[in-house]
Design a protein around this ligand. Sequence first.
Ligand SMILES: [Fe+2]
Length: 211
Amino acid sequence: MAVTESAEAKSKPKKAKYVGTKLSTPVTRGVDHLALVTDDMAETMKFYNDVMGMQLLHVRRVPYAPDRGQPPYDNLRHYFFGMGNDSLLAFFEYPKGLERSDRDLPGGMQHLAFHVPPDKLDEMVEHVKNQGIDVVGPVSLGGRFWSAYFYDNNGIRLELATSLAGKEFDNVESILQTEEEAREELETLFDNAEDVEHWLKLMPLVEEPLV
Ligand SMILES: [Fe+2]
């Protein structure tokens, strides 16, 4: 049974006053877990095991904890899969019959992209297609970026992403830009040259385009 959530908890996030950072590298190490919502755990287990090759690692129930934004239902299933590189993909199983979420609204998750090494992309796309799933691509996103798109059993939009740069760059390294490339875009965001320079100074720019 649904637990009523306060209007305050559902309202827009409050604006924080940022005070800058002295950190030069993130303290965070990638994704610990993503927590998504399904209304059919058994089907989701089949999808993520059979299609995505992700192993089921942990199955549990969670109580409703009103003070920290937990799902507004008590005793929900919460199952975890390994998505590679020590990261976890988790699902809550909400009751059936709820309205679908809209990936194209602010605060929504438009899609979830998994990185695939370049030499595995075609094989993975073939594998997904062989499960009877419609796949768009791989399509070129410009330059070295190639991606294939499809939907999971919950209607969540998934992407297989790779960089065909001729060698396996690290994911971060593969998206670095020259100052010129970054400046051209940032000048469309800020009227103020100071803001553009501020952000350019914080970016790890490269001398030459990677490809
Ligand atoms: Fe993407």
